[in-house]
Design a protein around this ligand. Structure first.
Ligand code: CA
Ligand code: CA
Length: 145
């Protein structure tokens, strides 16, 4: 099995999907998690590529957020779309990223991702509160390649 397959159990994945739903109950921002073993690109360049491949720019407010995990590479990137970047400071994701990485260093991957996802929802709701007729614009399932 690849490192990506071993990274999370099915139950852990379901808990992460539930956290995405919970975060998206707070904000119109759309969060996705992508796992893969390795990229030859820099993690940020690869995250941008995955963001595009998953059509994550297709949200009305351009407020999609990708949590990219390079499992074998031990890399982690949070990439927000331009609707977010237009409105927040450059270091907007720093504390969220630190939170995730602190857990990852203890191999608490599920815990780290859930903490980061909920934190992202809490951060985003100040700028992108959820409306009554919110649509789930992007799938909540974890994507893998
Ligand atoms: Ca939504
Ligand atoms: Ca969603």
């Amino acid at each position: 099995m690849s490192a990506t397959e071993d990274f999370l159990t099915h139950e852990e994945e379901q808990a992460i999907v539930a956290a995405i739903r919970k975060a998206e109950d707070m904000t119109s921002g759309e969060i996705r998690v992508h796992l893969e073993d390795h990229t030859d690109l820099s993690p940020i360049e690869r995250a941008k590529e995955v963001f595009a491949q998953l059509n994550m720019q297709q949200t009305e407010a351009r407020n999609g957020v990708l949590f990219y995990v390079g499992v074998a590479d031990h890399s982690f990137v949070i990439l927000g779309d331009e609707g977010i970047n237009r409105r927040v400071a450059d270091d907007f994701w720093e504390c969220t990223k630190d939170l995730v990485i602190t857990h990852f260093k203890q191999k608490a991957y599920k815990k780290g991702l859930i903490a980061g996802i909920i934190n992202a929802g809490e951060q985003l709701k100040k700028y992108f509160p959820v409306s009554k007729n919110d649509i789930d614009e992007l799938p909540n399932e974890i994507s893998k390649s």
